[in-house]
Design a protein around this ligand. Structure first.
Ligand SMILES: Nc1ncnc2c1ncn2[C@@H]1O[C@H](COP(=O)(O)OP(=O)(O)O)[C@@H](O)[C@H]1O
Ligand SMILES: [Mg+2]
Length: 281
């Protein structure tokens, strides 16, 4: 451990000092696996809190239950046991308070970039001028103002993911849930999007839960990094990161945190069989 990190199995409170917004208590989720003909427990005994306004990254090997956890918080999946609450109220279904961004770009191919970004605002019944005003603000924020009238197929992967992100942000959810949103992008594009995401987060004061299996990404983005165990996923450790932003991935103190996080993930990888190791995503 270094000055830049503090670990605690239970989490403690983050740097931002916000109140706990989401509580996960004794979460368990089992699936019936048809190919194996048995129940598999994806996550078990999972307890942690998400603080208001924090950027929390969830790091763990593929197949450890990260997406399952995020889908439960999103309200897409029910728990088998335990409970998730948001401001003390159980999460039972999706809601406008939570916006979700996946690895796949969730854009309507037949709509222009502008119409894609306006979509949720239109659904809410906002007047046209207001929709366009909000959409243009976000398009400017990610440097896509000149692409407003293009279609998704005319954009690069990085641009499509920017549109997917601002399309969710435009709806102004309190919480952003992100599941490996940059995993399909090349390293340079990914870096650019990570930096933009930090800027958008700092300007918007939203709470972000960001799932990744990439150690550097988790350490670059998070106020805290929740490291999960291999399946069944539990919280292995929570690393608090006090490195100043914007973070420099080449700095020695960044490297110390990255090494510690890598060590924790590798410990989990060692204990697993190769079938799980080859699982992608
Ligand atoms: N709908 C499902 N049916 C059966 N098994 C599933 C389902 N969703 C996830 N799993 C299993 O649960 C485990 C955790 O999956 P997942 O949450 O996707 O992990 P991660 O996102 O960390 O890669 C994996 O073994 C996966 O195969
Ligand atoms: Mg996943």
């Amino acid at each position: 451990m270094t000055d830049a990190t503090q670990s605690s199995p239970s989490g403690g409170s983050g740097e931002g000092g916000g109140e706990a917004l989401i509580h996960c208590r004794g979460l368990q989720k089992s699936f019936h696996d048809i190919s194996e003909g048995r129940e598999i427990i994806a996550i078990q005994h999972l307890d942690f809190e998400v603080l208001e306004g924090e950027f929390l990254t969830i790091l763990g090997p593929s197949g450890c239950g990260k997406s399952t956890l995020l889908n439960i918080i999103a309200g897409f999946e029910e728990t088998t046991a335990g409970q998730v609450t948001l401001r003390g109220r159980p999460i039972t279904k999706p809601g406008a308070d939570r916006g979700v961004v996946f690895q796949e770009y969730a854009l309507f191919p037949w709509m222009t970039v502008l119409d894609n970004v306006c979509y949720g605002l239109k659904e809410k019944g906002l007047p046209k001028e207001e929709q366009i005003g909000i959409a243009e603000t976000y398009l400017n924020a990610v440097g896509l103002e000149e692409f407003a009238n293009r279609y998704p197929h005319e954009l690069s992967g990085g641009m499509k993911q920017r549109v997917s992100l601002i399309r969710v942000l435009a709806n102004d959810p309190e919480i952003l849930l992100m599941d490996e949103p940059f995993a399909a992008l090349d390293a340079q594009t990914r870096k650019g999007l990570q930096e933009e995401l930090i800027r958008l987060w700092q300007d918007s004061h939203k709470t972000i839960l960001f799932v990744t299996h990439n150690v550097e990404e988790a350490v670059f983005l998070g106020d805290r990094v929740v490291v999960m165990t291999a399946r069944p996923g539990r919280i292995k450790e929570i690393i608090e990161i006090s490195l100043e932003r914007p973070r420099d991935v080449t700095a020695p103190d960044f490297n110390l945190v990255r090494r510690e996080a890598t060590r924790l993930v590798e410990e989990e990888l060692k204990g697993r069989n190769t079938a799980v190791l080859s699982h992608s995503g």
